[in-house]
Write a protein that binds this ligand. Sequence first.
Ligand SMILES: C[S@@+](CC[C@H](N)C(=O)[O-])C[C@H]1O[C@@H](n2cnc3c(N)ncnc32)[C@H](O)[C@@H]1O
Length: 255
Amino acid sequence: MAKVLPYYAPGSLSAAYYDRITAADPTLVGDEQAYAGLAPPEGSILELGAGSGRLTAALAARGHDVLGVDISPVMLAQGHARLAALAPGIRARARLVRGDMTALDLKRTFDLVICPFFTLAHVPGGAAWRNTFATAARHLGHGGLAAFHLPKSGIMRLPGPPDASRPVLQLAIEDGRRLLLFVRERSFREDIGRLDQVIEYAIADAAGRVVRRSAERLTYWWTDPEPPAAAAGLTRDRDPIELGGVGEIRVFRKA
Ligand SMILES: C[S@@+](CC[C@H](N)C(=O)[O-])C[C@H]1O[C@@H](n2cnc3c(N)ncnc32)[C@H](O)[C@@H]1O
């Protein structure tokens, strides 16, 4: 197999086609509305792991002031291009900066902190989760809300597809080409709550020939979010908001 890149790395197809893939992902339907419903009208939002600005731009278009933070320069480059294309009035409410959500201090507070689409699960379930909840708490005033979209724990334990040579997704892309996604490896370590996957992206031309491949490692971590949230002074605010059968938004309030 080709060299395995980290997800969102320079040259990765996960980053290059991130927007196409998320737009086709039924498990994300409703997340924008859910976050908008947690913020006061025109309220300020800090997005941890903002990626290519999918939600940063959408929430700014709904009237919120949104600051998105992400660690990946490749994702941020796409996000800056997205923001640059917005109408000036919306553009003025959206900003993206590079930063690490496990060690962030912007010296200001927001009405809502969000950590969408399994971003918390990208970092290990011990100190990194505690530090991310501390980041959320540091950027909220008393009574402020923090929303973390996490995979359901049972999803992490599912085996890979029965036939790893069959794509789990096919998308039409430019020039009659298709993007194919394969899950080549998938294993979960119960003792440390770690899911390792090797995802292979392939681009096939109109004649079906593979013209480019990118094998990428995607690791997710899962642990009960309530203890690290409580350690940061955040308590469960309401029942989880279900998303697409595989994930849920856990909402916490700063005391
Ligand atoms: C699944 S994407 C979510 C992007 C966007 N929020 C969305 O919903 O489309 C996860 C993002 O988290 C970012 N990320 C991972 N670890 C991070 C960290 N420690 N600090 C900031 N961003 C991080 C990745 O670079 C990636 O862009």
